[in-house]
Ligand binder design. Structure first.
Ligand code: AMP
Length: 425
């Protein structure tokens, strides 16, 4: 690669130009929801032992088979850049003996994940997930609250056409029977499946159900459905959850083909997307489900659990597309600080800090020399007032406050500027 022509790694992006502000806003709103519902924030390491994903996420999933960034450390450990955060949260739950805490133990998180996927719209190799997890409770009201927190967070972020898809994929009691029925059906259609699904059919037949290839879509239509194979406990759980969703007036669609790409799910799986052209191109905004076996699988006690994660970049992409259609925002600053000459620069710097302490948002051209260039910039920013400090004003310990819309000017003592401006804005 030519010098000075370095690019970020494929599928990885720099976040800037308001994207980090958006992310902070989403985080702030998530915190509000989390505080209300009693989720505590957790930050787990970006690297974990590979085994927790191999065992947890599942050896035969696309993530583990094809997408993990795994390496051997100098000390000989095999570590992976986390492709998702749930297994890390469960590892932390087990490691810190949290099974003794009052149930459910609730966590939320926000942080980067890494998957070596084929980059496309809304699909990156580094992206941020914001998730909510509840550990230690089996009742379907927990599943309903999980869906509710994502749904209400997305609503408060301005999404108006949210579509919730939901399914129940059974548990260890009933899924075996369904897998058998599905496998035997798929065996009779092997030659018509796409190449990937011929492999999936043997290793993980449920995954054939969420294949989007046209060939497989046709085969899926006549496949046995998990909802007809649920045991009584799973069926009651699912009914209970749907009743809660109806009570909460969260519109949903039961999608018998929704299985999701991770192995640890039991019973409930869900996805939330925005029903727009852009939304379709991006895929789901959030997804999750129940994972009653994961805590035990990773060495803990038998512990039911439920959670999900939202993709921050996808949310930001859709917010950006939406705001592009809206008129430009009002100026964020109402005051612009200008100066001419070295003494004025020093006085302006001091005043700038005083204004910050008084919580008055001010734009400045402290590095600039020409007054007209600074006033031009102030005009462009559509501020209401400019403060002008020239050589004379600096010596007299005064400033000029100029009202931009009519050019009216007033001389004010430097130590009274903050009070004067507070009265005006
Ligand atoms: P998952 O962990 O696969 O259940 O995904 C949960 C959410 O994370 C999805 O609904 C997406 O919003 C987001 N997500 C998953 N994979 C990616 C990716 N490669 N790039 C961007 N966002 C992603």
């Amino acid at each position: 690669m030519a010098k000075n022509n370095y690019q970020a790694p494929t599928g990885m992006h720099d976040l800037f130009q308001g994207e980090l502000d958006q992310m902070a806003r989403i985080e702030q709103m998530a915190k509000r929801v989390a505080d209300f519902y009693g989720f505590e924030k957790i930050a787990t390491p970006i690297l974990e032992f590979s085994e927790i994903f191999e065992k947890g996420t599942g050896a035969f999933t696309d993530i583990v088979e094809k997408e993990m960034y795994t390496f051997k450390t100098k000390g000989g450990d095999i570590l992976t850049l986390r492709p998702e955060i749930t297994p890390g949260v469960v590892r932390a739950y087990n490691q810190h003996g949290m099974q003794n805490l009052p149930k459910p133990v609730r966590f939320w998180y926000l942080g980067p994940c890494f998957r070596h996927e084929r980059p496309q719209a809304g699909r990156y190799r580094q992206f941020n997930q914001l998730g909510f997890e509840s550990l230690g409770a089996e009742h379907p009201i927990i599943d309903a609250i999980t869906i509710l927190v994502f749904y209400s967070l997305l609503k408060s972020l301005g999404f108006k056409k949210l579509a919730v898809q939901i399914n129940c994929i059974g548990d260890s009691q009933c899924r075996g029977g369904f897998k058998k029925a599905l496998s035997s059906y798929l065996r009779s259609k092997t030659s018509s499946l796409c190449v990937q699904c011929r492999v999936r059919q043997k290793k993980n037949p449920l995954r054939v159900l969420d294949c989007k290839e046209e060939k497989c879509e046709a085969i899926k239509k006549n496949a046995p459905q998990i909802l007809d194979h649920l045991c009584k406990d799973c069926s009651d759980h699912f009914k209970g959850l749907l009743e809660f969703l109806e009570e909460l007036e969260i519109p949903y669609n039961v999608n018998p083909y929704l299985v999701r790409g991770l192995d640890y799910y039991t019973r409930t799986v869900f996805e939330i997307s925005e029903d727009t052209e852009d939304g379709k191109a991006q895929g789901s905004l959030a997804g999750g489900g129940r994972y009653d076996g994961l805590v035990k699988l990773l060495g803990g006690k038998d512990t039911p659990a439920c959670g999900g994660a939202m993709g921050i970049e996808r949310v930001i992409n859709l917010i950006k597309a939406r705001t592009k259609e809206q008129p430009p925002k009002e100026p964020t600053c109402e005051v612009y600080l200008t100066q001419v000459g070295e003494l004025a620069k020093r006085k302006a710097l001091k005043l700038f800090e005083q204004l910050r302490q008084a919580n008055i948002k001010v734009a400045e051209g402290l590095h600039k020399e020409s007054l007209s260039a600074q006033l031009k910039q102030a005009d462009k920013m559509k501020v209401k007032y400019s403060i002008i400090i020239g050589q004379k004003e600096a010596l007299d310990k005064q400033v000029i406050i100029r009202e931009m819309k009519n050019g009216r000017q007033k001389i004010v003592d430097m130590d009274k500027v903050v009070r004067e401006l507070k009265g005006k804005i």
